[in-house]
Design a protein around this ligand. Sequence first.
Ligand code: HEC
Length: 132
Amino acid sequence: MKSSSPILWVSLVVVILGAISGCSQHEGEPKGTATVASAPVELREGEQKFNANCSLCHGIGGVGTTQGPSFLHKVYEPNHHGDEAFQRAAANGVKAHHWQFGDMPKIDAVKPDDVDHIVKYIRWLQKQAGIF
Ligand code: HEC
């Protein structure tokens, strides 16, 4: 079939433009979902602990799920949520305040040392995604 109909081309362009501008308008959407690449060796421990204890809600690669927010968001960059905020979240849990996901329970399975590793891994993910 020869698709030289101008209407077809116009609608194709509209669809493509729509897709492009649609993406950039979603402020809250995680940038760069290509970040699920494997972490450098020194971050593997953090990656494993994150995947085991946090990814259920925060998503593999920190992209978020229906249970919890993405960390690839400006709100979680170091100046807004310093490393202390991660220690507090894991130790005490978090009352829902930024989003509509509900509360985060405290995560008994991780110790402050583990959270240190997890934070390093999350900061790396955020750097990859250009958050800071
Ligand atoms: C059962 C789901 C769940 C798990 C598991 C989970 N979180 Fe969360 N987390 C949430 C939700 C939901 C929020 C958002 C609360 C809000 O601000 O509305 C959140 C928020 C946070 C925040 C932001 C706290 C603040 O001060 O605003 C940090 C930091 C965090 N989580 C770290 C972690 C870490 C680290 C782990 C793993 C050790 C983890 N979370 C595991 C659900 C979860």
